[in-house]
Design a protein around this ligand. Structure first.
Ligand SMILES: Nc1nc2c([nH]c(=O)n2[C@H]2C[C@H](O)[C@@H](COP(=O)(O)OP(=O)(O)OP(=O)(O)O)O2)c(=O)[nH]1
Length: 140
């Protein structure tokens, strides 16, 4: 699988209340496309040409939630491009913390909600591809 190159690189933030002592995580409920609307995700999006993954993640969080973040450690996936989402896309995910701004549904989300970092998180109506990532976060 590591030979596979995914043409679409997605990045996501596991946005916790505190990088030092995480107890809650902020998830976004997608508004589109219809197949994903209502499901929960890590805020983020696609990396643009000429942009690093980390730059893209910071940009997406400003655009979508109106917050500045600092990144913590990466939640490494099984592939160099992170966690495969489908045949075309793979997502790298970083722990992150808000350093400025109040999260708001500026773009792409119906709602934002803080969830406790416990096993109940596995019962959230996730985009299905996100479940293994959630397990990895809970086992940190
Ligand atoms: N942001 C995000 N996307 C995810 C997650 N899980 C998952 O399968 N995806 C998929 C959904 C989309 O097909 C793709 C990300 O696309 P996106 O629509 O969020 O990207 P974007 O904000 O850059 O928007 P655009 O280019 O489509 O306008 O990755 C996740 O946790 N967060």
């Amino acid at each position: 699988m590591t030979d596979t190159v995914y043409p679409v690189q997605v990045v996501g933030a596991a946005l916790v209340d505190s990088l030092q002592n995480p107890t809650r995580i902020l998830l976004g409920q997608r508004s589109a496309p219809p197949a994903l609307a209502g499901l929960w995700e890590f805020p983020g999006g696609k990396v643009e040409p000429q942009e690093s993954c980390q730059e893209a993640l910071k940009r997406e969080l400003v655009e979508e939630l109106g917050v500045e973040i600092i990144l913590g450690r990466e939640i490494s996936g099984p592939h160099p491009q992170g966690w495969p989402l489908n045949e075309k896309a793979s997502m790298r995910v970083w722990l992150a913390e808000i350093i400025d701004g109040q999260p708001a549904t500026l773009q792409d989300h119906l709602a934002l909600e803080w969830f406790p970092l416990d096993s109940e998180l596995l019962k959230v109506a996730w985009i299905p591809a996100n479940l293994p990532i959630t397990r990895a976060i809970l086992s940190l």
